[in-house]
Unconditional design. Sequence first.
Length: 451
Amino acid sequence: MAKLKKVYFCTDCGYETPKWLGKCPACGAWNTITEHTVAKESSSPARVVSVPRAEVCKVQDIAENQTRRIDTGNKEANRVLGGGIVPGSLILLGGEPGIGKSTLSLQLALTANNLSTLYVSGEESAEQIKMRAKRLGINNMECTVYTETLLENIISEIEALHPDMVIIDSIQTMSTDLVESSAGSVTQIRECTAALLKVAKMLGISIFIIGHITKEGTIAGPKILEHIVDVVLQFEGDSNNNYRILRGIKNRFGATYEIGVFEMRDTGLKEVDNPSEILLSHYDEPLAGISVGAVVDGLRPYLIEVQALVSGAAYGTPQRSSMGFDQRRLNMLLAVLEKRIGMKMFQKDVFLNFAGGFKISDTGIDLAVVSAIISSYYDRPLLEGVCCAGEIGLSGEVRPAPRTEQRIAEAARLGFKRIVVSSFIQKKVKAPKGIEVVYISSIDQLPKAVL
Ligand code: TYD
Ligand code: MG
């Protein structure tokens, strides 16, 4: 057993301090510092693999062999990873319980053709994994399954098998003998991840680590690992809905602006090439309160249906409820409507949501949100085949949304006839065939453009 010492960690951000504090100096949270016992030499797990000495060299002399990427056999995952997995990288896949992390990673382990993969599970039995694999209907002869939680055993198995890719499901269930605390504690998570990082670098094996984040973010976990690992991916979505987004939060080997879209089916996660097609509904008759916004998430433009309901407030204080959209921003947009167009929003309840349970933080959705509200307020459907892309400022001015050109192109591709954008856009866009681009500078021109 290694020598032990007492340290204090913040359970929110992982800040380490030698003495107890009431408030974490790093993240400012109160009562989050807890006591832990750790091994004195935190590098001790590296005993398993010997570390050769590094050499100093000039930057121009470094050979560029970093660009090799392993195809995961999954288009959406490749896209988010920046083209595939870099050998020897440590990847953290975070997400709420039940969102589909195990499904996605097992699918990757099974679809990665010509790759030998090791799926380590501390949460499910081998039979359960077999059942899931059967459900996914994929067969990879080179996928091995290991149900184990002791890190020392896992590392020796990795050394023996030397697979191309390892999946650790999940880091919260793993433990090492080097520290005394129970699995899932900050110390265990940190030590296990540090050891896995060394294994990945020394043996050139890519390792996926799955980490749970709770809704409250209280369990110490993925947050404190973000600076240790090379890549951080987040799997998001509403578990009541079928759509999932895989998002790059950090990537030492590429950009983080790509997203991957999946649909959860009874046969696993299906890649969604064309998000717009699933996020737009087709109605026989035009309905009031529905608009379409052209948004960009990362680099990816897609169109999404916005639904609003404006009704007379039954009680003194009007209700405002928004799903997937910042409530404060909704309040701001309503105030702008009240002031600039004279709509009596203070007497109205307003409800807002997006198709597919999507969350949208792109402010380019503002125009579409306001269009849906206007449409419901006047109880008049919007013009057929109209969509919007633009941000609204406090004085009612319509600001250009980033990548407006791409949004227009996506709208045209999907057969929209008219798109309303900001007239402050730097260079006027050459409209693709079949779509009319309407430029407006202020919110009071919006009703005329869409109704
Ligand atoms: P899971 O991967 O176990 O989530 P996590 O590892 O993130 O906790 O998957 C959770 C849900 O996915 C589960 O409620 C069932 C559903 N599911 C499907 O809908 N289709 C499938 O083919 C599979 C394997 C799971
Ligand atoms: Mg799981």
